[in-house]
Design a protein around this ligand. Structure first.
Ligand SMILES: *Cc1c(COP(=O)(O)O)cnc(C)c1O
Length: 376
């Protein structure tokens, strides 16, 4: 792609292969939620993630709800989630009638703080949903040990971390169940889509049952339980089969984008890159930086406004969930989440950014930073 005036923050990477598979699915007549691409995608996705089963869903939000529902989480139960995440993580708990308990994140990983998880476990706690924020896996070895000790289900919300590794193991194989999103801005995409991976065959069977309205797989139109329509289409699965074949290429190009920004722009404390823990290979979801030293307010928004005028779209970090009206009564103190939310910014991250594009964006960011009133 050649240099352009305006850079969006995200863009899907779609090639002739996606088109070919999509048209093939379309012409085959298998456009609904059965078909060969669905079977192939679930098989290949499970294999790639090191899990024995993959259950494809309509999006990443219902993937989380499906796991929790299949595990029998309901009214009166509590589920521990990080305070800093996309709202879907908390909403999925709410859909079950359970209560999300918000725990602060660690400044070293931006993921849920395991010591604070331990301190939040109570008699009603049933599960922990960790989130791999901005592509960085949470501390699963420690979370696993804690969850085993207390008999809790450990779910990984890996919507942002497809392709990440922790000590050489891929996300998808680091918790009891792992959920993914294939929304248009994620590392691989089908527009809308999601998946759960697990190596617990009982849990996988239960999720398949609930995904399909609760229909008995051996008896048509017999519904032993109340389920949901959380199915993915074969058309979306066709796109995902192509994205999966091209995943290594997409990931390495996105990694190159983030590496360039980190090399050319890191200048703490004015602009600090995302911290990466030992043994972690992040998924290159969105280049993430913090603007200004801890406790700074307003600099990030000033940078975002200037970059917008210069034709570089950015995104602020998520608003901590307990700061949002539906969860305002949740209580708790989450100073790290609040600080990251105030200072965090995402820069344009997609595979098709050329070296020329990157140079232009880097120059514009440097320009914008030089105009920011900040005393060092
Ligand atoms: C994208 C995302 C989801 C799910 O999103 P959908 O739009 O429903 O596919 C869930 N959790 C996190 C952390 C996300 O970033």
């Amino acid at each position: 792609m050649s240099a352009q005036d305006r850079y969006p923050v995200a863009r899907p990477c779609l090639s002739d292969l996606e088109e070919r598979y999509l048209v093939d699915a379309y012409r085959s007549g298998w456009i609904s939620s059965q078909g060969p691409y669905l079977r192939k995608f679930e098989e290949q996705f499970a294999a790639r993630c090191g899990a024995t089963a993959a259950v494809a869903t309509g999006n990443g939000t219902v993937a989380i709800h499906l796991v929790l529902a299949a595990a029998g989480i309901g009214p009166g139960d509590e589920v521990i989630v990080p305070a800093l995440t996309y709202i879907a993580t908390a909403n999925a708990v709410t859909y079950c009638g359970a209560r999300p308990v918000f725990v602060d994140v660690s400044p070293d990983t931006w993921c849920i703080d395991v010591e604070q998880v331990a301190a939040s476990v109570g008699p009603r706690t049933r599960a922990v949903v960790a989130v791999d924020l901005y592509g960085h896996p949470a501390d699963y070895p420690a979370l696993r040990a804690l969850c085993e000790q207390h008999g809790l289900l450990l779910v990984a919300d890996a919507a942002e971390s497809f392709g990440a590794l922790l000590d050489g193991r891929p996300t998808g194989d680091l918790a009891d169940a792992t959920t993914f999103s294939f929304f248009g801005n994620k590392v691989i995409t089908s527009g809308e889509g999601g998946c759960v991976t697990t190596s617990d065959s009982g849990l996988a069977d239960r999720m398949r049952l609930l995904r399909n309205q609760g229909m008995d797989p051996r008896r048509r139109y017999f519904f032993p339980v109340v389920g949901f329509n959380y199915r993915l289409t074969n058309l979306a699965a066709a796109l995902l089969c192509a994205q999966l074949e091209r995943a290594d290429e997409i990931i390495s190009r996105r990694e190159g984008v983030i590496a360039t920004y980190e090399r050319d722009l890191s200048n703490p404390p004015l602009l600090s890159p995302q911290p990466v823990g030992p043994g972690v290979r992040r998924a290159p979801w969105m280049a993430s930086f913090l603007v200004g030293p801890a406790g700074t307010e307003g600099l990030r928004d000033e940078l975002a406004r200037t970059l917008d005028l210069l034709g570089v779209e950015t995104r602020p970090f998520f608003v901590p969930i307990p700061h949002l009206p539906p969860y305002a009564d949740a209580g708790g103190d989450h100073p790290v989440s609040a600080d990251l939310a105030e200072r965090g910014i995402n820069l344009p991250t997609y595979a098709e950014l050329s070296d020329v594009d990157l140079k232009i964006i880097v120059d514009r960011v440097r320009n914008a930073l030089s105009g920011i009133n900040y005393c060092r």
